[in-house]
Design a protein around this ligand. Structure first.
Ligand SMILES: Cc1cc2nc3c(=O)[nH]c(=O)nc-3n(C[C@H](O)[C@H](O)[C@H](O)COP(=O)(O)OP(=O)(O)OC[C@H]3O[C@@H](n4cnc5c(N)ncnc54)[C@H](O)[C@@H]3O)c2cc1C
Length: 458
């Protein structure tokens, strides 16, 4: 990849020299690498990129951006970079938190302090050394902070709720460069607003979050040929209706190209997969799983594994990947909806996968003292992904991911998981009644509207 050519005069010129070589402008060596998101389909071209290593450096560069009249976008990994697709970033400083990482574990308090750009893998491995784990998502390379402050749906969620409710304190650099700490005891308005409205409010440089006392977990996947998708999805839907909150699972119809680097059980195949975790001892977990095992999967990897190995079971892409996605939430999944789901997720759909995640249990109840997001309603989250290896593939990819969402519209409710939303419409549904109060807090914190966020469309 070559670095973009330098323009003659840029809105970001006043930032030259701030943080030394850690602020990069077009034409600088390393600019293209620093502007690259995990979702490689997104060609984001900001006026400058900052790669700070400390809270002080974040504060310094945010102040400099303010003086230069630049807006600010924040990314830890760029997993959700699709939110910036097609937007002009000519007056935007992208703050890339890839070097602001680190984890401290307080074993006795069962708590972690996690720097703003740290990946879940780093947190989970640090916690595992103390026999603990966290409410992480399916992929180890997603950031703990970005995921947690926008909901966070883990394979422990039906018992332990959304990850956002495990956050106990937040350190943030506001758009004026000031550093604040918010928690149940400090700055109640900001504390409420940051848990759901972080993209309106500033750059989070660290969070403290509660850990779970699980050194290991009963987890894995069951796999069938996609020819069994209707039978498996129907049985899973029936099973989910009475499954205890100890179980949190996902069902996906997945399509793989015939690539030699893929294992034979995936290469060139279409499959249906159920995966997830079941809390409790082996005997109880096996009893809960029995009706799904009775469907005769071709592969069954469910067993007790170290808690850190839960990051591997979902087969998320191990490297940055160009993709588009879509999402909705279903209030129910009757037989007709199962048929529509399976039909819309066929190999001809152009999808990489269509997924249903089990909701309910503790996911549906906001605990006392929760923030702008505390719970999500609905029975199942629908999530669709298509690969877009070239810019030409994006239009068809968008059409493909919208297919199942459209097909299941009849059963869709006005709720969304913010983490799976890329656009302003989904964001509005995810925040619901919190939208107005958030906007008013954001106006106080950022009167100039300098935080680039998904509430605005340009
Ligand atoms: C392969 C894959 C697997 C996933 N699995 C799950 C899952 O199991 N459960 C689930 O709930 N979600 C899952 N997601 C969705 C994921 O949680 C979101 O994409 C999330 O926003 C990613 O956070 P990030 O910080 O890594 O991404 P980024 O794109 O870097 O950040 C997303 C947004 O978060 C904000 N942000 C991030 N860090 C900071 C910070 N330090 N300060 C201020 N703002 C910040 C910014 O507004 C940014 O635009 C998955 C996504 C992918 C691509």
């Amino acid at each position: 990849m070559t670095d973009s050519a330098s323009s003659t005069a840029s809105a970001a010129d006043p930032l030259r020299g701030v943080l030394g070589a850690r602020v990069l402008l077009p034409g600088d060596a390393g600019f293209d690498e620093a502007r690259q998101a995990w979702n490689t389909a997104i060609d984001q071209r900001p006026a400058a990129v900052a790669v700070p290593r400390s809270t002080e450096e974040v504060s310094e560069v945010v102040r400099a951006a303010s003086q230069a009249g630049l807006r600010i976008a924040v990314q830890a990994t760029g997993h959700a970079a699709e939110a910036l697709a097609g937007r002009s970033l000519d007056d935007v400083l992208l703050i890339n938190l890839r070097d602001l990482t680190g984890v401290g574990i307080d074993e006795k308090a069962r708590r972690a302090r996690v720097a703003g750009g740290t990946s879940w893998r780093e947190v989970v491995e640090a916690a595992a050394a103390h026999g603990l784990t966290a409410l992480h998502g399916s992929a180890g390379d997603v950031s703990a902070v970005g995921y947690s402050l926008q909901g966070g749906l883990s394979f422990y969620a039906r018992r332990h709720g959304l990850a956002i409710n495990a956050v106990r304190a937040i350190e943030v650099v506001l758009p004026d460069g000031s550093v604040r700490r918010a928690s149940a005891e400090e700055d109640p308005e900001l504390w409420w607003a940051l848990r759901g409205g972080v993209d309106l409010l500033g750059v989070v440089t660290a969070v403290e979050l509660d850990l779970l006392p699980y050194p290991d977990v009963f987890a894995g996947m069951l796999l069938w040929d996609a020819g069994h998708a209707t039978a498996v999805a129907t049985a899973w839907r029936d099973w989910a209706a009475t499954a205890p909150d100890a179980a949190t699972t996902s069902l996906r119809v997945m399509h793989f190209p015939p690539l030699p680097e893929l294992p034979p059980f995936l290469a060139g195949r279409s499959i249906v997969v159920i995966d997830g975790a079941i809390l409790g001892d082996d005997e109880d977990a096996a009893r809960v799983l029995a009706p799904l095992r009775a469907l005769g999967p071709e592969i069954d990897t469910f067993t007790r594994i170290p808690a850190s190995a839960l990051l591997e079971i979902h087969m998320d892409p191990p490297v940055p990947t160009p993709n588009v996605s879509a999402h909705s939430i279903l209030g129910s999944l009757p037989d007709a909806a199962v048929l529509r789901f399976v039909g819309a997720a066929s190999r001809e759909s152009g999808l990489m996968f269509a997924e249903l995640r089990q909701l309910g249990g503790a996911i549906a109840t906001a605990p006392e003292g929760s923030g702008a997001i505390g719970a999500v309603a609905g029975e199942f989250a629908l999530f669709t992904v298509a690969m877009t290896p070239t810019p030409d593939a994006v239009l068809a990819g968008r059409e493909a991911v919208a297919g199942p969402v459209r097909a299941l519209e009849e059963w869709t409710i006005d709720a969304r998981l913010l983490n799976f939303c890329e656009g302003s419409e989904g964001r509005k549904l995810a925040l619901g009644e919190a939208t107005g109060r958030l906007a008013s807090i954001a106006h106080q914190v950022d009167p100039g509207g300098r935080m680039l966020n998904r509430a605005a469309s340009s």
